[in-house]
Design a protein around this ligand. Structure first.
Ligand code: RM4
Ligand code: MN
Ligand code: MN
Length: 382
């Protein structure tokens, strides 16, 4: 398609961003959690917030869930609630990092009984996903060691592959396994899945529906994340993305807030082929949560729009001609374009808000949920 504006409008129409249920709930740092007015009290209210973000942006039609944080007795009821709000279930995220049994690891733990417990949790997540109509398991492990000699690095790797192999074997054909790596934290000496290499090697062992998930906050400073995207895509192993932004470590700030040019370059790579699963993974500690999520989706729309504006032909010509700065300037041209009016038009076409933040603020949503949720909580506490 040669009309760049039409390319952007089409692209934004098809863009789906999954917002995370956990991004609406109270969170904090290891120093403190600051409770917010109107915070959702359960998964149903998290879904209500996600639906509000979708209503305003037109692009956030799926909600990723985290278990056991979002566990309920009646999954059919939860699915109905999600669909009634005009959403679908995104990836199902297992939680293998909070139970005291996992102090020395989960699927890599030296004790087979703990590994069994971890695998059982992963298998229960597969069942939950089946009931909810989700097509992906998203797995991040906190597994690792703090001291040299604490455990055998090769034995841990073998345990990891064996445990994940059992989970992969139980995956229904319409579910994929996304494996997320992270350089460090909570382990500080050796993390079992520390980088894209250790993740993609595990995927190769498991099977073709195992793919790597890239989280923007999980690399060493200065890592060229867009190059990792290109590499994994070329291998057919780019499964998904966790968007956020950071200044120092895994800060989980609003995507595009600190380093918008990096985000644009990542979208330039993503836009080369059909987009993988795109999820926001953020922790809003001091900012208003629904507003933070709306701004995140808007930032993603703008980064994608700019990537779609890149004159690919001119870029290729410059590259083939060895015109070093010519190619760079093609990218800058797109990056420096003010795409806000075009994104507003795209949102209007989707029946969403031209100016989502202003509309949210004028709607009184935050005040309304604060009144409903906080009063009832106080009443319930008696
Ligand atoms: C991790 C990782 C995971 C997320 C948890 C809460 O650092 O990014 O994706 O599920 O945090
Ligand atoms: Mn993540
Ligand atoms: Mn993280």
């Amino acid at each position: 398609m040669n009309d760049p504006q039409a390319r952007v409008l089409d692209g934004l129409r098809d863009l789906v961003v999954e917002t995370p249920s956990w991004g609406y709930a109270d969170s904090g740092t290891r120093f403190a959690v600051f409770p917010q007015p109107g915070r959702p009290r359960d998964v149903f209210e998290k879904v209500d917030d996600a639906a509000e973000v979708h209503r305003l942006t037109g692009t956030a039609g799926a909600v990723a869930l985290h278990f056991p944080w979002d566990a309920v007795d009646d999954y059919a009821g939860l699915r109905e609630h999600i669909e009634r709000r005009g959403l679908r279930v995104g990836a199902v995220n297992a939680n293998l990092f909070q139970d005291p049994d996992y102090k020395l690891g989960s699927v890599t733990h030296p004790d087979p009984a703990v590994r069994e417990k971890a695998v059982a949790h992963l298998l229960s997540c597969v069942e939950i996903a089946t009931g909810l109509g989700s097509t992906a398991q998203s797995l991040w492990l906190a597994d690792g060691t703090n001291y040299p000699g604490q455990d055998d690095l090769r034995a841990r790797r073998a345990r990891l592959l064996d445990s994940l192999g059992r989970v992969y074997a139980a995956l229904p054909a319409d579910q994929e396994l996304l494996i997320e790596y992270k350089l460090f934290e909570p382990a500080f000496y050796a993390t079992d899945l520390a980088d894209w290499g250790s993740a993609v090697l595990a995927c190769h062992r498991l099977g073709e529906r195992a793919r790597v998930l890239v989280d923007l906050g999980h690399h060493a400073q200065g890592t060229n994340v867009e190059q990792i995207v290109a590499l994994l895509a070329e291998e057919g192993r780019l499964g998904g993305f966790h968007f956020n932004n950071r200044k120092y470590a895994d800060d989980d700030l609003i995507v595009g807030s600190v380093n918008p040019f990096e985000l644009f370059l990542i979208f330039c790579e993503l836009a080369e082929e059909s987009l993988p699963r795109l999820t926001i993974d953020q922790s809003h500690n001091v900012e208003a949560k629904v507003e933070a999520m709306v701004l995140s989706v808007v930032n993603l729309q703008e980064a994608y729009a700019k990537a779609l504006l890149v004159d690919r032909e001119a870029l290729r010509e410059a590259q083939l001609a060895g015109d070093t700065l010519g190619g760079h300037e093609v990218l800058l041209d797109a990056y420096r374009t003010d795409v806000r009016p075009l994104c507003a038009r795209a949102r209007a076409q989707l029946g969403a808000a031209e100016d989502p933040i202003a509309t949210l603020r004028a709607s009184g949503y935050a005040e309304r949920v604060a009144a409903e949720r906080d009063t009832e909580t106080t009443a319930a506490r008696g």
